[in-house]
Write a protein that binds this ligand. Sequence first.
Ligand code: SF4
Length: 487
Amino acid sequence: MEAVSVKKWMDNVIKPEEVEKFRKNGKDFINETSIQEKLMANKQPEKQRIREIIAKALELNRLNPDETAALLNCTDEELWQEMYAAGLKIKQKVYGRRIVTFAPLYISNYCVNNCVYCGYRIGNQETTRKRMSMEELAAEIKALISKGHKRLIMVYGEHPQSDVHYIAETLQVAYSTKEGNGEIRRANVNAAPLAIDDYKILRDVGIGTFQVFQETYHRPTYQRLHPSGLKADYAWRLYSLHRAMEAGVDDVGIGALFGLYDWKYDVMGLLMHTIDLEERFGGVGPHTISFPRLQPAVNTPFVEEDPYLVRDDIFKKLVTVIRLSVPYTGMILTARENAAIRNDVINVGCTQIDAGSNIGIGGYSEETLDYNRQQFILGDNRSLDEAIRDMAKLGYITSFCTAGYRCGRTGNYFMEIAQKGKVHNLCMPNAILTFKEYLLDYASDETRNEAEFLIEQELAALPSEQVRKSVSEMLNRIENGARDLFL
Ligand code: SF4
């Protein structure tokens, strides 16, 4: 594509009026000074105060900024152990012993931006650029379905070649491609911020969650790390999910890339973002929060020189504080982390993981691991089957359930049942049913043998006798060839 037409496209993307309308009295909801002051004011929290905050989170109440700042400043290891345990308890209360699983699918890595930490940045000459054709995409999706996947996060660089019309077309391909008994039932998107009318196009083709990560909420750092391109506009990104919600995309996912700035500050930023969305959209905040940690990327020296890299023990702490701060929200732990870290951190309250991931464009159908086509280097290369087996050993049933979205349990409706701790009454039965399908259609003998006990265990634990009976009947029907059954 010619540089002139790329430039012309870029000139028309950002609509300042769609930022301004969400500001309060012309001010952003992120106020650096106020965040730093909260962190200072809650510097040495008393034991008793931390325990009161934990108790509030256990009642599934969102914390306020002072409370989150106090948890972040805790230095007492005994109290951290209590927080880890509370994180798990909250997760069980809201979601049950269930882990939702998805695959990331990188579609195009052309990008007009120059994020200094990213392998796809425009200035990186060593990246092999590729945008999938619809035929190549269908092959990727078939490869994913044949492993048992039902849910995707589709990822795109920011470029006119992967504009909203291209994204909409790829979503249609994702939903219409079938393979054997399988299909993709939920396609989420991670892409650049859009304007309100463009979000409506994605809403109309049945997008799942739309994710935009702010990377860091610290404005001076943000400006330094995003020196050019559309992403240099902090506020356009900050209100991207406000626009999505306004356009009727019910489920949105926020995130910060930990390692760019002080981890405590960015946890506070995630909380402020949650609060602002809740205040504006009738109590509906982010459907998911992501907390990726910076990883090495091809020809990207920034990562080696970065002073804010987050240690493993700190990573566990920050995930725990997010869990306690927003107890009813989904939390995504990605394969950026290695298997040992994931198996540990999952126990402080995460609800979703990706598995069997390949982030090289075209990597699933070609079965290659080409680092030059990756945005960063993955930490966990377990297959989906191995990851599911490991989750089963930890006592988690893997859910491929997407019934909630197809029955309209999104946005307001989902938040209401999540905040009241009732998701597992609807979702655990569906997790059991989709897990049964997986074990029958895709699992290795080893995984089937080691994981099957979870079906009986979780069936027996269902609170309602009537639901238990219906699920038992459906399990029999699945044994006899029925598929896609859900409550
Ligand atoms: S982080 Fe995203 S926007 Fe930035 S260079 Fe990479 S792909 Fe482009």
